[in-house]
Write a protein that binds this ligand. Structure first.
Ligand code: GDP
Ligand code: MG
Length: 423
């Protein structure tokens, strides 16, 4: 079986990256895309030693680049000592085989590279399972392709060699594994849905961090959760490391979730795999869109993120734009950003500046949709006492009095959690 991953050897692998320019007008676009590919190679632990952009109106069906260019690529790879060649586009199984044969090196396409990076970065059990599933699903048709090619040779003697037998076993093994993964993901997913339901019952608002890869989501996640790190209610914390509790300045709590990073042209196999994770974004009460303010192609990345949000149906969720890495841009640039998006917030998650202001904005946004209610409780009833405690955690208590042995509480409660208090 062909090796499908950038290897995990400690030595940095040397990579050649190759892109196709479909006509002069698209040159800039192709250059930008291959720059990003270089970044992805680095993220996968490789080192770019060769870059090649080939201009051609249409990919060659057999060799993608055209056979002359493929020989050139082989020579350049030998010269620079490249271990692996990464194509910026998706290759057909036939092209992949043909190029691999001529170049004599491991060939990956953009999708496989991205899948490899996600495989390394996945932190939750569900995430790991989903990436493996996406990898195998991507691999399977490529193996099937090889089988078809062999059988087209006419079948019979000489074509049913050990190669095809091995292929059959590989295919069967992969199908079995895909099936097992599917079952396991379903179990994890149900567990996750139960957790989500429990959170909703507890009426703790959830805030999801989204953003382009490398925008600083995880840094911000740590800055925000580190601030109020004491985990009084460890229920969600231990079971899902991506969701953690944050205490707001008004002493209410919220749950913050860190999500996968978005990238341009996120392979569809991967979006499908992460749909369940991304659906959590659609169900959040608030989305924080973390933006790397210092990225030269900032606007394009923002658009890419908004597109994914649209795909998972998260456009209805209230959103705060958070310009991160503001320590890395000039004061002028910061003012320009602020003028452009008056609702946005400029912070530095790394230096922890602006984080308090962000927390206040989150608080304000979450309490926009509240209703003031007056409730009375029996202080001797344990159920009522638990409700009072929950009010303090999840609502803003304005008045708390005892009258004739009853506790009277006036509070602002988020509309969505009203039902759980008004039994
Ligand atoms: P994620 O992919 O969105 O989770 O991004 P990370 O949190 O992993 O951060 C990516 C890189 O950006 C890391 O090297 C961080 O140290 C860096 N980074 C994060 N926040 C800031 C910031 O406010 N300022 C600067 N200068 N760098 C930051
Ligand atoms: Mg991250």
């Amino acid at each position: 079986m062909r090796s499908q991953k950038v290897s995990r050897k400690p030595k940095r692998e040397r990579a050649a990256i190759v892109g196709l320019v479909a006509g002069r007008a698209r040159r800039l676009e192709a250059e930008r895309s291959i720059d990003e590919l270089a970044g992805l190679v680095q993220a996968a632990g490789g080192e770019v030693v060769l870059r090649m952009l080939q201009e051609r109106p249409k990919p060659d069906p057999a060799t993608f680049l055209g056979s002359g260019k493929v020989s050139m690529l082989a020579a350049s790879c030998a010269e620079t000592g490249a271990d692996v060649v990464v194509f910026d586009n998706e290759l057909t199984p036939a092209q992949l085989r043909q190029i691999e044969e001529e170049v004599g090196r491991k060939i990956l396409d953009r999708t496989q590279l991205i899948l490899d990076i996600f495989a390394r970065r996945a932190r939750t059990r569900e995430g790991k399972l989903q990436v493996e599933l996406a990898q195998l699903k991507y691999l399977l048709p490529r193996l099937v392709g090889a089988g078809d090619a062999l059988s087209r040779l006419g079948g019979g003697i000489g074509t049913r060699g050990p190669g095809e037998t091995k292929l059959e076993t590989d295919r069967r093994r992969i199908r079995v594994r895909i099936h097992a993964l599917g079952d396991e993901i379903e179990r994890v997913r149900q567990r996750r849905a139960q957790l989500r339901e429990r959170r909703q019952k507890a009426s703790v608002p959830t805030v999801a961090l989204v953003g382009y890869t490398n925008a600083g989501k995880t840094t911000l996640f740590n800055a925000l959760t580190g601030a109020g790190a004491e985990a009084s209610d460890a229920l969600f914390v231990t079971l899902d490391p991506l969701v953690r509790q944050v205490k707001l300045p008004d002493s209410r709590e919220l749950l913050l979730s860190d999500t996968v990073g978005f990238i341009d042209r996120l392979p569809h196999a991967l979006i499908a795999a992460f749909r369940a994770t991304l659906e959590e974004v659609a169900e959040a009460d608030l989305v924080l869109h973390v933006i790397d303010a210092s990225a030269p192609d900032r606007d394009r990345r923002m658009t890419a993120v908004r597109q994914v949000l649209e795909e998972v149906g998260a456009t209805e969720v209230p959103m705060i734009e958070v310009y991160n890495k503001c320590d890395d841009i000039s004061g002028d640039e910061r003012r320009r950003l602020q003028d452009q998006e008056p609702g946005a917030i400029c912070i530095s998650a790394l230096k922890r500046s602006g984080v308090d202001e962000l927390l206040q904005t989150i608080t304000a946004r979450l309490s926009l949709d509240v209703r003031r209610v007056t409730l009375t409780f029996n202080p001797d009833d344990p159920v009522d006492r638990e409700l009072i405690a929950r009010l303090y955690r999840n609502a803003r208590v304005v008045v708390h009095e005892t009258r004739d042995g009853r506790v009277l509480i006036e509070a602002d409660i988020a509309r969505r959690s009203l039902a759980s208090f008004l039994r």
